[in-house]
Ligand binder design. Structure first.
Ligand code: CA
Length: 239
């Protein structure tokens, strides 16, 4: 892995020059070195040659679609850990769901404000940097001291008060809370939570979320509904 002092790099895959330049400008202001390509095929070559710390991916490209680029990156060991943030047109929830299920980390809808864009991009890079060490630590979650989940002992405390969750609720909350800020689609939640005695449908997910929110009390609002896509544990509500 590269040392902490190494310059971070980003690859921007976008065929609209004004948007590509805008993203580049704001990344460069943060000291990030930026390459731009308008071609999905070229993006795959560049990403393999020199693994970037971030890939900003437009979905509508002239050759390969952004979804296809994402799929190919995520199926190769060398490139699958690159954080991918998709740039999407408003109203393309189906593409967002597909992208996230393919392993994209986040998305920003056009038109976007530079402030929102940079916050999302910085988060994606930061989360990925800590994800490697988190990966095996599936036992305990602590979020700013407010939510503590001990998976081994099936104990949840919220602001130091013990909360009773069913096993399904526990697993759903655990999945969302272990990576604050990441959107999870309903299908991802279903496949991660399924167990021998659990049958979940898209509808029952919503019912479980309502129950979890109620049990969490004040912290319940931390489980955000992302319309048309799924759910996300807020990474801002715990500061
Ligand atoms: Ca485009």
């Amino acid at each position: 892995m590269s040392p902490m002092t190494a310059t971070r790099t980003a690859l921007v895959v976008e065929d609209e020059p004004e948007i590509a330049d805008l993203v580049k400008f704001h990344l460069q202001r943060e000291g990030i070195e930026v390459s731009i390509t308008r071609s999905g095929r070229r993006a795959l070559e560049l990403a393999r040659q020199d693994i970037p710390d971030l890939l900003v991916l437009d979905l509508m490209l002239p050759d390969l679609s952004g979804l296809e680029v994402c799929r190919r990156l995520k199926e190769q060991d060398e490139t699958k850990a690159i954080p991918v943030v998709m740039l999407t047109a408003r109203g393309s929830e189906a593409d967002i769901v597909a992208g996230i299920e393919m392993g994209a980390d986040d998305y920003v809808t056009k038109p976007f404000s530079p402030r929102v864009l940079m916050a999302r991009l910085q988060n994606a890079m930061r989360r990925r940097a800590s994800a490697t060490s988190e990966q095996n630590d599936t036992v305990l979650i602590r979020l700013a001291g407010q939510l503590v989940m001990d998976r081994e002992r099936h104990i949840v405390t919220c602001s130091k008060t013990a909360i009773n969750l069913t096993i399904t609720e526990f697993e759903m909350l655990f999945m969302l809370a272990r990576r604050p800020g990441f959107v999870r689609t309903r299908d991802q939640i279903i496949s991660s939570v399924h167990g021998p005695s659990t049958v979940l449908s898209q509808r029952t997910i919503d019912v479980h979320v309502t129950a979890i929110r109620r049990k969490l009390g004040e912290l319940g609002g931390s489980i955000e509904t992302v319309r048309g896509v799924g759910y996300r544990f807020s990474d801002g509500g715990l500061a």
